[in-house]
Design a protein around this ligand. Structure first.
Ligand code: FAD
Ligand code: UDP
Length: 386
């Protein structure tokens, strides 16, 4: 088997599939081994029993400023124009906090990232406007500011806004997602969702945004459809890797690859609760974040994302986060980035570096919080270097 292939790739997600295709086009013969029974990694989508296109491993929205990665992926899909918008749904704790005339069952809503309109929803029109101007004066030409930065501001009124946003957007959601407060987790994580000093209510501001027109799985099928690529599903790559002396691109967990010899790397996993409902639409936005109460972090309704036209039925998913235990069937979704875990990762990386043929690539193998576009870009870079 070894002789027929130039490069082996473990995993058929973004990292594995993009690297495989880029190398195949340079004339390399690639064997892709994928443990699951499908390609696409965590971006995999499929029709559920009701015929709704769902994302089995949680909602995925494509967005990037990386032209090269976008153009590469665009060879395998057309894009549906889609700009993700998210609102927070939370209990009302201020009589001013509901726009007049709206029936809200004691709850209210504002755009996330928290922006100048969120301020008005929270504090009422006039006060919200005044506070918004105060923020704009304090951070001229900034566009946005992170919650941790905002909390450092000594001005008592700005500090009160920071406290409000901390309490109503970040602290409870972050506790649900990470089991830790915003101060305890990597600052880059909460910085993904800044406080916006504008009325822009899009979740992402990247130049290229959208959803693959026929879904992610179709895009991956086309990417891997190349005479130089063979894909074997239901195959754990680890035993086979011992046989192969050539270059290996490994996109799975690095601690597992080295038999947990330094102990397991910590991750968060998610439980997804899918619900199919006999109605056209469930909620106003693609994703609604429950930033203060509920055990789940957010509810996503797929039809908003995919644009699928399917009358009388819709599917939503609720996400519940908890520590990854390594039990059968659990998926490690998020690396828990902190100095201690990074140091543990560094030990595994040092093991990998002893094997010049082994290349670690991807969210799991690199123990990083990468979006899809970042992985695609890294895979293209690695393919070029190889
Ligand atoms: P994966 O997608 O995890 O692929 C790794 C593959 O390797 C898997 O298929 C796995 O089965 C396989 N594998 C592992 N070990 C082995 C082995 N030993 N042998 C064979 N195969 C193996 N990014 C965005 O840009 N936008 C979003 O909206 C977004 N939403 C997200 C929502 C959630 C809930 C999560 C968890 C992530 C989200 N992401 C999003 C991030 C995105 O999922 C990742 O960037 C991307 O999937 C990383 O690709 P990857 O190839 O590194 O890893
Ligand atoms: N976050 C939050 N409240 C929100 C949205 C995000 O506290 O309403 C924090 C939380 O810590 C989360 C992080 O910001 O883990 C990053 O959010 P993002 O939506 O980027 O997470 P992902 O989609 O990757 O799960």
């Amino acid at each position: 088997m070894e002789k027929r292939y130039d490069v082996w790739v473990a995993g058929a997600g973004y990292a594995g599939a993009v690297a495989a295709r880029a190398l195949a086009e340079k004339g390399k013969r690639i064997l892709v081994l994928e443990r699951r029974d499908h390609i696409g990694g965590n971006a995999y989508d499929c029709l559920d029993e009701a015929g709704v296109l769902i994302h089995q491993y949680g909602p995925h929205i494509f967005h990037t400023n990386d032209k090269k990665a976008f153009e590469f992926l665009s060879r395998f899909t057309q894009w549906r124009r889609y700009q993700h918008r998210v609102i927070a749904n939370l209990p009302r704790d201020n009589p001013e906090a509901v726009p007049a005339g709206k029936k809200t069952d004691g709850r209210f809503f504002f755009p996330v990232p928290f922006n100048l309109d969120s301020l008005k929803n929270a504090f009422g029109e006039a006060e919200g406007k005044r506070l918004g101007q105060k923020l704009l004066d304090a951070y001229p030409a900034h566009g946005q500011v992170t919650i941790l930065e905002l909390r450092q501001n000594p001005d008592p009124e700005i500090s009160a806004i920071a406290d409000y946003v901390y309490e109503h957007v970040f602290v409870h959601y972050t506790m649900k997602q990470w089991g830790q407060t915003p101060e305890e987790i990597d600052p880059a994580t909460t910085a993904r969702v800044p406080v916006r000093l504008s009325r822009d209510d899009r979740y992402f501001q990247d130049a290229y945004q959208g959803m693959p027109a026929q879904g992610y799985t179709k895009m991956f099928e086309r990417m891997l459809d190349h005479p130089n690529i063979e894909v074997r599903l239901n195959t754990d790559a680890r035993p086979a890797l011992k046989e192969f002396q050539g270059p290996i691109i490994y996109t799975g967990q690095v601690d597992e690859l080295f038999d947990y010899q330094y102990g397991p790397l910590p991750y968060r996993t998610l439980d997804f609760q899918f619900e199919t409902l006999p109605q056209d639409v469930f909620q106003s936005h693609g994703t609604v974040n429950y930033t203060v109460d509920q055990d789940y972090t957010r509810i996503t309704e797929f039809k908003h994302l995919t644009g699928q036209k399917l009358p009388g039925v819709t599917t939503i998913v609720k996400e519940y986060s908890r520590p990854y235990t390594g039990a059968e069937g659990e998926t490690p979704y998020y690396a828990i980035i902190n100095p201690e875990n990074n140091a543990l990762y560094a030990k595994y990386k040092a093991e990998a570096d002893k094997k010049p043929q082994l290349h670690l690539l991807g969210r799991l193998a690199e123990y990083k919080y990468y979006n899809m576009d970042a992985i695609a870009a890294r895979a293209l870079d690695l393919a070029e270097r190889l």
